[in-house]
Design a protein around this ligand. Structure first.
Ligand code: ZN
Length: 116
């Protein structure tokens, strides 16, 4: 058992993400707090990112390979469906999966930031 540094609740070790930089070392915040944190992070950066994307699109109109990369980042429906492995999933399920994938990406980004 381990106590989360954020919510101060004692939880199973499986409720904590591993820290990549050190072996067998768990993050001090539980998964739930990490998710809340990344949601907040997502919200704060949404506007900035939109602004950046608008500008970026203006400059990269003709670069199709870059556009493809951008498409993948946005997690299009066909990609989500492939990840789900379900035939004709309802739109709500696709949305949920998209959010989950986005959060996982954010957590990865955050982990990379802490290693650097
Ligand atoms: Zn917590």
């Amino acid at each position: 058992m381990k106590t989360c540094s954020k919510c101060k609740i004692e939880k199973e070790e499986s409720e904590f993400y591993k820290q990549k930089s050190r072996r067998n070392c768990l993050r001090s915040e539980c998964k739930e707090c990490m998710l809340n944190e990344s949601k907040k992070y997502n919200k704060n950066n949404k506007e900035k990112r939109n602004e950046y994307r608008k500008e970026w699109r203006k400059n990269n109109k003709d670069n199709s390979s870059v556009r493809q990369k951008e498409q993948r980042k946005k997690l299009p429906d066909y990609y989500i469906k492939a990840k789900l492995g379900v035939k004709n999933p309802p739109p709500e399920l696709i949305e949920m999966k998209r959010e989950q994938l986005t959060i996982h990406r954010l957590i990865k980004e955050m982990e990379n930031e802490t290693i650097r």
